[in-house]
Every structure is written in structure tokens, then in C-alpha cells.
Write a protein that binds this ligand. Structure first.
Ligand SMILES: [Zn+2]
Length: 321
């Protein structure tokens, strides 16, 4: 077990503070922790409006309306294991494992508290075994091996040096190497890459620096840093909604949770089609245009449209998850 895993399994019995933040017009905006409402009160941004001190009303006009009209976020949530109802030794369970989630675009990560569930440690451990099975299936589906075995990163194997030297020899001496020897060298590379090495793979491996940390990522087209199964899979995801729904359904099928919030929804969408991967590219293009033509009135309007929608997330942070 590494440090991160230990920390994630720290028991907590109070995930949901169930405090309420109300808009100046009186409508409930979102639920949050006691710490969060104190943040507003300390800055004179709100006043307490309930006898138990757990409901505050904002004294300023916020840009967004929080989770107005969203029954899941507005409902009070029980501090118990969603699987078995246990109230002690609870831990936050992320429906999508961290090894994938950490590579999600921020716009998805930041608003996906719907997929942080409270489970007791025994249920968590039980599901982790099930999740490992699904990860192995994904490794096959996306043709991305799980290296290392750590849950947060997958370090390249120790065979890198041998594979790198083999690739360099094949590129440098090519046909001068006897066929049998070529096959041995290619075998070393395939073993390291955990797939049949193509000539392109061999050339790319030969060109890589001697430091092995960067290697597999580059061979797999993963960019900087060490090779990560999670990152390589996320880069191949076409539809984030589909990927997240798959994990939710897997959790439900494997654990048969009996105590889920009635508003928790397997099919809830976390991104609109506009914000999907392709949508993100279009949005990036539009933003680039805005930056280029900044100052021209119609673009100022567009800019407000985009940045306005992002800024409205200011009331979305630090809420009950
Ligand atoms: Zn449980």
C-alpha cells in the first residue's frame, strides 16, 4: 500500500455537512459543509436564517444559481455506506477510479461530485477487487497494458534498457544483423511494450532518451512523463459520459447498493455534447479567435458568454459531495 492509498481510505463519518445556502431571492442554491457556510459568514457575505444555524442566505447577488432545480445536489444526504447502510468507518469512493479520473479534463472533474459515494471500508475493499477486473478488461479493449500495478501510476517495466538497446541495434545495423538475432531483439522490445512491436515502435524507442521514465508514454503517444495506463485509456475515450456511466453501472451491478440517494442516477450526464471531446476542440478554437479579436464588440459578447458560464462555477466549489 502506498501513502496515497492509505490516505484515501481514511475513515470519515461526516462526508455530508447538509448545511444549506440560499439565494437572496429565497431559493435553495446548494448544500455544503459547516466549514463552507462559516467561510461566507466570516466575510459577512451571508446571514444565518435557521434556528439550527445550518442555513444561510447570501447577502450578495451571486453570478450563478448553484444547483438550483437539481434534486440530487439539493437533497439532504445520509452519512452512511450506500451499499450496506453502515454508519461507521466510512470512506469516499470515487466511482471512476483515480487512475483515469486524474486525466479527465477539469470541466468534468470539477463538477462530478455526483460520483463520489460514501461506502464503508469493507465494501470499498470488496469493490476494489471488482474494479481491478474491469481495469483489466479496459486494458484489453483499449490495447493499453497495465504496468507496474500501482493504482496511481504505471511505471515502465525494468526491461526498458534492454529494449532500448535492442531497438538502437536494429535501427543502426538493420539488415546486417542475422535474422535469428533480429527476432530475439524484436522479442525484447515486444516484451517491454507488451504488444507486437511494429517498425514504427522500434524507431521511436531507439530515438528516445536513455531515461526510461519517459519512454512508454512516448511510444504509446502519451506525451510527457511516465507511462500511465490511465492516461493512455483516457486519451482514447471518445465519450466521457459513456465511460462514466459504464463505471457507475459496474458499481451497481457488482455491489447491489441498497442505500443510494434516490436522486443518484446511473445515466446522469456530466458533459453535454457541446462539452464532449470534439466540442472541447471547437470551444478551444472559438476561445482562440476571441483572444485574437479581443476588443471587437461581438467577440467581447462571445467572451462574456464563455467566461460567464465558467465563472458561474464560483458557487459550485466546496459543496457537499
Ligand atoms: Zn458497506
Amino acid at each position: 500500500m502506498n501513502g496515497k492509498k492509505d490516505r484515501s481510505l481514511q475513515a470519515t463519518n461526516q462526508l455530508y455537512g447538509n448545511c444549506s445556502v440560499v439565494h437572496p431571492d429565497g431559493s435553495l442554491m446548494f448544500r455544503c459543509s459547516e466549514e463552507r457556510i462559516n467561510w461566507y459568514l466570516d466575510r459577512n457575505l451571508a446571514k444565518v436564517i435557521s434556528d439550527d444555524g445550518k442555513t444561510i442566505q447570501l447577502s450578495f447577488m451571486p453570478k450563478g444559481r448553484g444547483h438550483d432545480l437539481d434534486p440530487f445536489y439539493l437533497s439532504k444526504k445520509d452519512n452512511h455506506c450506500v451499499v450496506c447502510g453502515e454508519k461507521e468507518d466510512l470512506t469516499r469512493h470515487h466511482v471512476v477510479p483515480r487512475c483515469y479520473r486524474r486525466y479527465f479534463p477539469d470541466r468534468i472533474k470539477n463538477r462530478n461530485s455526483h460520483d463520489v459515494l460514501l461506502v464503508c471500508i469493507p465494501c470499498h475493499e470488496e469493490y476494489e477487487r471488482e474494479a481491478s477486473r474491469l481495469k483489466r478488461e479496459l486494458a484489453i479493449k483499449y490495447n493499453v497494458p497495465i504496468n507496474g500495478g500501482g493504482r496511481n501510476s504505471d511505471q515502465p517495466s525494468k526491461d526498458y534498457g534492454r529494449a532500448k538497446r535492442a531497438a538502437a541495434a536494429l535501427v543502426r545495423n538493420g539488415d546486417a544483423i542475422p535474422l535469428e538475432r533480429q527476432a530475439v531483439l524484436k522479442g525484447r522490445i515486444s516484451k517491454y511494450l507488451k504488444k507486437e512491436a511494429s517498425w514504427t515502435d522500434i524507431k521511436r524507442l531507439a530515438d528516445l532518451p536513455s531515461k526510461r521514465r519517459n519512454v512508454a508514454a512516448k511510444v504509446y503517444g502519451g506525451g510527457n512523463g511516465s507511462f500511465s495506463h490511465g492516461r493512455a485509456v483516457v486519451e482514447k475515450i471518445e465519450d466521457f459520459n459513456e465511460f462514466i456511466i459504464m463505471w457507475r453501472q459496474h458499481f451497481v451491478d457488482a455491489m447491489q447498493p441498497q442505500f443510494l440517494n434516490p436522486h443518484w442516477d446511473v445515466n446522469r450526464k456530466v458533459v453535454t455534447s457541446w462539452e464532449s471531446r470534439k466540442g472541447g476542440v471547437i470551444k478551444a478554437l472559438v476561445i482562440t479567435l476571441i483572444a485574437r479579436f479581443d476588443g471587437w464588440n461581438p467577440f467581447q459578447k462571445l467572451k462574456r458568454l464563455f467566461w460567464g458560464s465558467q465563472k458561474s462555477a464560483d458557487t459550485n466549489t466546496n459543496q457537499d459531495i
